[in-house]
Write a protein that binds this ligand. Structure first.
Ligand code: NYM
Ligand code: MG
Length: 212
């Protein structure tokens, strides 16, 4: 029969170094999409509310020590434990704006010296984003913004390595946004890119899986 299911939501991911402005832009994008009448939710990884997320959070706060590979797998597990819920929401027509995803997982762990292919492996089979918005900022400039929260990884030298791995991961589908631009300018660019993406999903673009 010709009855098509209600159109699905889009999986939109924001990536970038610490202090690149992801969190602010994510929430502004959510407000914009809501205002345009879409069903949309803000998500973030790590999701610190789960028990896995609490282990990650305490590690990031330097309150516990974990082996590098172990914590890598915890970050991945934190996405896996949310996968079915994400899929259900997307299929029900809700767009998810996600602050960090598998690319953070691979870039940060690779920057510690872990093999990049090893880092990608546990991400295989997670939902692939429909849109990756990369907020591009020179590490020095992000560091100048101050307010590094004092968590693990929030150091200039380390962030420089993370930036190199983001560059290895990025493909032609990523949208690279100059995160040094004024906030409103970035906001406008993200709105246009997200709107375009939503249209494609509404037209029936199928959900796909990482890592491809
Ligand atoms: N991070 C984040 C990882 O190392 N691996 C991951 O898979 C994810 C999602 O956690 N410095 C790192 C990047 C950040 C830190 O994230 C906490 P946030 O967005 O600052 O709460
Ligand atoms: Mg941070």
């Amino acid at each position: 029969d010709s009855v098509s299911s209600e159109s699905r939501g889009a999986l939109i991911v924001l990536e970038g170094l610490d202090r690149s402005g992801k969190s602010l832009q994510s929430s502004r994008l959510v407000s914009y999409l809501e205002g345009s009448g879409h069903s949309v939710e803000p998500w973030r990884f790590p999701d610190r509310t789960t028990s896995v997320g609490q282990m990650i959070s305490s590690y990031l706060a330097n309150k516990s020590e974990l082996d590098d590979r172990t914590v890598h797998l915890l970050f991945s597990a934190n996405r896996w434990e949310k996968r079915s819920q994400m899929e259900a929401k997307l299929k029900a027509g809700t767009t998810l704006v996600v602050d960090r995803y598998s690319y953070s997982g691979v870039a940060f762990s690779s920057a510690k010296g872990l093999n990049i292919e090893w880092c990608k492996a546990p991400e295989i089979g997670l939902l692939a984003p429909d849109l990756v918005l990369y907020l591009d900022i020179p590490p020095e400039k992000a560091a100048e913004r101050g307010g590094y929260g004092g968590e693990r990884y929030e150091q200039l030298e380390f962030q420089k390595k993370v930036a190199e791995y983001y560059e290895v991961l990025r493909d032609s589908s990523w949208k690279i946004i100059d995160a040094s631009l004024p906030i409103e300018e970035i906001e406008k660019q993200l709105q246009e890119l997200a709107s375009e993406c939503l249209k494609e999903c509404q037209k029936g673009k199928p959900l796909s899986l990482l890592w491809s």
